[in-house]
Design a protein around this ligand. Structure first.
Ligand SMILES: Cc1cc2nc3c(=O)[nH]c(=O)nc-3n(C[C@H](O)[C@H](O)[C@H](O)COP(=O)(O)OP(=O)(O)OC[C@H]3O[C@@H](n4cnc5c(N)ncnc54)[C@H](O)[C@@H]3O)c2cc1C
Length: 424
């Protein structure tokens, strides 16, 4: 049986950073990847452009990490967002900050990110075996001793001194992450905090498919759980075949999905004119009406909303499109409808289209300072498999890079320490 210093399961963002970081110590490192190539999920990130990280300071960055940024903090400070940027730049990948703090490759191609990572891996002497799906992990006492995988129907095994599990979550299973890592962890005695899809589409009750394709910018959103307002934000929302998406939809999806699973009543309320009060909308409506710019509800809405939205919005808000606007009462109804366009949410889109899996390896069972399992002496976890997830904006890849880097470094350190103890 072949023997390796470190075996890493998964050649995604976390697995590749683990290998790159561990390989600085000149050890024998094997990465096993079930796909025919590395980084399949990275290829589809940021709509093919890959939002590599977010350049916010930790104080702000950590507000976008769930359920608790504490598990990430030591990893983040070991390999920060600036380190991520410097690392890719050192590999020749030029980067650019867009929309405030989001980092992208200048080329706008996620394939360039994958190419940089794989090139760095092979240059560092790491061995990657593709089409190799890990099926079993063997242990002795508190140690992982060997693992087995399946390559084109043939079972293979190898011994290792340390193992890093970086198999991702459950989202977009077509990229290779379909939950194997959770099963390995459970078989090893770890507990998994409840898993659920996040950064995903929310499906309203009686969804009006005429809204599909509509993108609304600079609007407000409130999330109501059992009638209580729990989250407010502004930004853009996109209505798609799957329901409410876009950055605003995704931002509230974490709490919304969990509440739907728990049987709570979930609603989202859009404020289509967040910069105006009801009175200001009312005054504008009166001005437009008096100036003769509109004669009914539909015409007035046409001055305030994208034309495609006018009829669906009027019907949804129980406003008659041909209704009169020459009295303050109907104008007041219209103004408050614009501030409170309400949808009851009945469902959410599952892992086939969710950006991220929330939940994962119980945080109490992994040490934040080195990503090591508290149950085994030579087992580490990195990336989405952990009970750590971020908002949209580059936070999730940074979680994978930081935890991967720390796990790789610490696995290498463990081996070096035990090697030098053996020499003595
Ligand atoms: C559509 C989409 C867009 C996204 N956009 C962004 C973005 O722009 N910015 C951002 O920060 N985040 C983004 N994310 C999230 C981000 O891609 C993930 O959080 C991150 O890639 C997770 O990295 P990972 O290495 O933990 O897992 P993965 O990337 O899922 O890698 C796990 C790897 O393990 C392999 N594997 C699994 N089981 C086995 C097994 N038994 N044996 C061998 N190999 C196995 C898989 O094939 C896979 O290659 C996006 C996600 C999606 C789905």
């Amino acid at each position: 049986m072949e023997n390796w210093d470190i075996i890493i399961i998964g050649a995604g963002a976390a697995g590749m950073l683990s290998a790159i970081s561990a390989s600085r110590e000149k050890l024998d490192i094997l990465v096993l990847e079930r796909n025919e190539k590395a980084g399949k999920k990275i290829l589809i990130t940021g709509k093919g452009r890959c939002n590599i990280t977010n350049m916010k300071s930790w104080n702000e960055f950590s507000l976008h990490i769930h359920p608790s940024p504490r598990l990430l903090k030591p990893a983040f400070f070991t390999f920060t967002n600036q380190d991520t940027r410097d690392f890719f730049e050192s590999l020749g990948l030029n980067t650019v900050v867009e929309r405030g703090t989001r980092l992208f490759p200048v080329s706008g191609k996620s394939s360039d990110v994958v190419e940089s990572l794989t090139k760095c891996l092979t240059q560092n002497g790491t061995t990657i075996k593709f089409n190799s799906r890990v099926t079993e992990i063997k242990t002795q006492g508190q140690n992982i001793t060997s693992i087995s995988w399946n390559k084109k129907g043939i079972k293979k095994s190898a011994g290792c001194k340390a193992l890093i599990i970086a198999t991702g979550g459950l989202s977009y299973p077509s990229t290779g992450s379909d939950g194997d890592g959770y099963n390995f962890a459970k078989a090893l005695g770890h507990t998994i905090s409840p898993l659920f899809p996040s950064l995903t589409a929310l499906m309203p009750r009686n969804y009006d498919i005429r809204l599909k394709g509509l993108l609304l910018k600079n609007i407000g959103i409130s999330l109501l759980l059992s009638g209580v307002d729990v989250q407010n934000d502004t930004g853009e929302v996109e209505f798609t075949d799957a329901g409410i998406e876009g950055s605003l939809g995704y931002r509230v999806s974490r709490k919304a999905v969990r509440a739907i699973i728990n049987g709570e009543k979930v609603s989202v309320v859009f404020d289509l004119k967040p910069a105006l009060t009801v009175d200001q909308i009312l005054n504008r409506a009166e001005r437009e009406q008096k100036a003769g710019n509109c004669r009914n509800i539909a015409q007035l809405l046409g001055l305030l909303l994208p034309s495609r939205l006018v009829i669906p919005f009027a019907e949804h808000s129980k406003l008659k499109p041909d209704g009169r606007i020459d009295n303050r009462e109907s104008l007041a109804l219209l103004a408050s409808a614009l501030k409170k366009w309400t949808f009851e949410i009945k469902d959410f889109r599952s892992y086939d289209r969710a950006v991220i899996t929330a939940g994962g390896i119980n945080t109490g069972e992994v040490s934040a300072k080195n990503m090591k399992s508290r149950l085994f002496d030579n087992l580490f976890f990195a990336g989405e498999i952990l009970d750590l997830d971020g908002d949209t904006g580059g936070y999730n890849l940074q979680i994978a890079f930081s935890t991967g880097y720390l796990a790789g470094r610490e696995a290498a350190h463990l081996i070096n320490t035990s090697n030098s103890a053996e020499v003595k």
